[in-house]
Design a protein around this ligand. Structure first.
Ligand SMILES: [Zn+2]
Length: 509
């Protein structure tokens, strides 16, 4: 962060409600915002993120374009009232974050700050020796127009990631785009109404009509920013609400309740279809549906379905968009390769926020021509405690952790095998005195059995181990590498040089 021009500050964990009311997140953030009252009844929250506080600091101190760009960051404990805390450090109510907030004069400045941060994040993850993917992702509660997520691929992660190994396209599953595919079109047959008593699910209707779910089209009704929307996806597909929101530019999207469905279709839930829908319903068809002919839908009449539905002839599509969830095997949107699904741990997320916060919170600066302009913002989060989890997930074996040297709590551990043996103790003391000048050394001289000490050293995963045992009589100790299990006897004369060169090698690896 410093190399990118960031200034480190400390921000309050306890925030007054007023700041969050200005940004409207006091209510919009949802139940994850940890709210509390002080003894006089004033509202506060324990901040999960610090856009509001950083805007407050900047609007009070920065007045001129000459003071921009400004990058401020902090590494601090933050809070979220998670409904289901789990996974050790992955999803906890309290966590450590690094967040940087950038303030620029214009979009061009924001682009530059964003690019600096993207590069800094790549350097950090490379130094941590973590494999990572950069995903296109959803902004969620932070908002903003463009975001990138950094995720560490591992089967134990909670992030669902869609990936193309041919071209490197990677996206959060909820918004992963899908390339064009061949769709079995079906035939243009006359429209027929069939009696389907008490059959509501796609599978029930398909079985009853002796066909497969991919010949059905689901009609899902929503209310988006007060408008009615019908989303059409093939019977065997799942709608992505995120992609639907993006396609129609909706800020809020809610599934229509039973009452609304009856009002719009004239039938109870389970029998909705696009034919003869009320006129004020926007019909958004998935790309696949737009290519199909002669499919089956609800008839907007209780216990009836329509067979042989043809878009254009029987109803009009208002908008065609890619709105279904991607699944493994779908074509890549960039290269037509095959998409795969993997899991990952989200460790970082960077956002181009634009002027959303500065306008809501009236944070302006004076530009060169004298006019007042809102700060153009970005924010850049890195989950410090999550990173510990991600590193542990990638670097461990059956005996414990194998920290990469860049994040290991110590570089070297000296294991004194027999604390009662004078030669061994003197040798270990001497090596400790010598090497602790050069690196961080942990010295295990506990009165424990050698077995316990070896096991503990493996468990805590210090990268370099020196075992001082019986061979100390012959001026030799054993040098071990935790991760690779390399081991060899080294004479006392050589030990310092050998450890230093091993240390350099491990930093490079
Ligand atoms: Zn591809």
């Amino acid at each position: 962060m410093n190399r990118a021009g960031g200034i480190e500050i400390l921000m309050p964990a306890l925030n007054p409600a007023e700041l969050w009311q200005e940004s409207e997140r006091w209510t919009n953030f949802g139940p994850e915002l940890f709210k509390l009252k002080d003894r006089t009844g004033r509202d506060f929250c324990l901040a999960p993120t610090h856009e509001e506080v950083s805007v407050e600091i900047v609007r009070r101190t920065i007045k001129s374009y000459r003071q921009l760009p400004l990058l401020i960051y902090h590494i601090q404990t933050k809070f979220r009232d998670e409904p289901r805390p789990r996974g050790g450090l992955i999803r906890a109510k309290e966590f450590v974050m690094k967040d940087l907030y950038s303030f620029d004069r214009d979009e061009k400045g924001l682009d530059e700050s964003f690019e600096k941060m993207r590069q800094a994040y790549e350097r950090i993850l490379q130094r941590l020796k973590l494999p990572y993917l950069i995903l296109e992702a959803e902004a969620g509660a932070i908002g903003g127009k463009y975001t990138l997520e950094f995720t560490v691929p591992t089967p134990s992660g909670e992030d669902e990631v869609i990936l193309c190994r041919s071209c490197g396209y990677a996206s959060s599953k909820s918004i992963a785009m899908i390339g064009d595919s061949e769709v079995p079109q079906g035939e243009e047959t006359p429209l027929r109404k069939v009696h389907t008593p008490n059959l509501k699910t796609v599978q029930e209707v398909a079985s009853f009509l002796s066909t497969t779910p991919d010949r059905l089209v689901k009609t899902l009704l929503y209310i988006a920013d007060g408008r009615y929307v019908a989303a059409l996806v093939r019977g065997d597909r799942e709608l992505s609400e995120s992609k639907l929101s993006l396609a129609i530019g909706a800020k809020s999207l809610q599934m229509a309740d039973g009452e609304t469905i009856e009002k719009l279709t004239g039938a109870p839930m389970g029998f909705s279809g696009p034919v003869n829908l009320r006129e004020d319903v926007l019909i958004v068809a998935d790309k696949e549906v737009a290519k199909m002919k002669g499919f089956i839908t609800g008839a907007n009449e209780e216990d009836f379905h329509l067979i042989g539905v043809v878009p254009g002839r029987d109803f009009s599509i208002s908008m065609v968009a890619d709105i279904r969830l991607a699944v493994p095997g779908d074509p890549c949107p960039k290269c037509q390769g095959k998409l795969e699904e993997i899991r990952g741990i989200e460790v970082g997320h960077i956002f181009k926020l634009g002027t959303e916060y500065s306008e809501k919170m009236k944070a302006y600066f004076q530009d060169e021509d004298g006019s007042l302009k809102p700060f153009v913002m970005g924010c850049y989060g890195l989950g410090v405690s999550r990173l510990v989890s991600a590193v542990a997930e990638i670097y461990h074996d059956e005996d414990g952790l194998c920290w990469p040297i860049s994040v290991a709590p110590f570089d070297l551990i000296i294991i004194l095998v027999n604390t009662q043996d004078d030669v061994q103790r003197e040798t270990a003391d001497k090596i400790y005195a010598q090497l602790s000048q050069k690196m961080s050394v942990l010295y295990d001289d506990r009165e424990e059995s050698p077995g316990v000490k070896f096991k503990d050293a493996d468990l805590i995963g210090i990268p370099i181990q020196i075992v001082v045992g019986r061979k100390a009589m012959e001026n030799k100790v054993e040098l071990r590498v935790r991760r690779t299990r390399e081991r060899e006897d080294v004479s006392l004369e050589e030990i310092e040089d050998r450890v230093l060169s091993l240390w350099e090698r491990l930093k490079e690896e």
